[in-house]
Design a binder for this molecule. Structure first.
Ligand code: SF4
Length: 195
């Protein structure tokens, strides 16, 4: 069993958040391609479709993400995907600080296992996870930051891109930031070494 699968098995048994453990259908651990990945996308939490399927980013936001990834030349099957929370908050409410803290160790362990050349934090919850409370996407996006030894790019969540429409700023910014990830020289260098 790979270390990702061993970690996933542990996460699936987690009941640290009593409400989420009682209401979830599945624990949505995340995805790591079998050949590994050099980009890790981090979102907020599973929604209804993800909770039912156990797969991250399969609803409308996931479809838009797949589309944009394809457009910038970073296909979904080449990236790892995880969320700050592995269990769906009821009615898709925002994760509480306690829930994010409960789940923090799991994402930290996933980052260590994937060891990505670049992390893309999508949306306010993921951006605050890396940059701290009150971190603003608008101020951080567009460039790679060094956070505790990890290279992190902050951007909008695909659900914000949907909310503001196809001509809205979040969609354009998300696409631009995913293109930056696709063109990142350290990601390209990591692929050269691993192939
Ligand atoms: S959200 Fe994370 S910490 Fe909370 S029960 Fe699910 S796996 Fe455990």
């Amino acid at each position: 069993m790979s270390s990702w699968e061993a970690l996933a098995a542990e996460i699936r048994g987690c009941r640290a958040c009593l409400e989420l453990a009682a209401t979830r259908t599945t624990v949505v651990v995340g995805q790591l391609p079998t050949q590994g990945a050099h980009v890790l996308l981090v979102g907020e939490a599973p929604g209804a479709n993800e909770d039912l399927s156990g797969i991250p980013f399969v609803g409308k936001a996931g479809q838009l993400l797949d589309e944009l990834l394809q457009e910038v030349g970073l296909p979904r099957e080449t990236v790892a995907v995880a969320n700050v929370l592995k269990c769906r908050p009821p009615s898709n409410r925002k994760p509480t600080t306690m829930e994010a803290n409960n789940c923090r160790g799991w994402l930290t362990a996933q980052i260590a296992v994937v060891d990505p050349a670049l992390i893309v934090a999508m949306g306010g919850t993921a951006v605050e996870w890396f940059f701290g409370k009150g971190a603003k996407i608008g101020e951080l996006r567009g460039r790679v930051h060094d956070k505790a030894g990890r290279r992190v790019l902050a951007t909008y969540h695909p659900s914000a891109a949907i909310r503001f429409g196809p001509r809205g700023m979040p969609r354009a910014a998300l696409r631009e930031d995913l293109a930056t990830a696709a063109a990142d020289p350290l990601v390209a260098a990591a692929w050269k070494v691993s192939r």
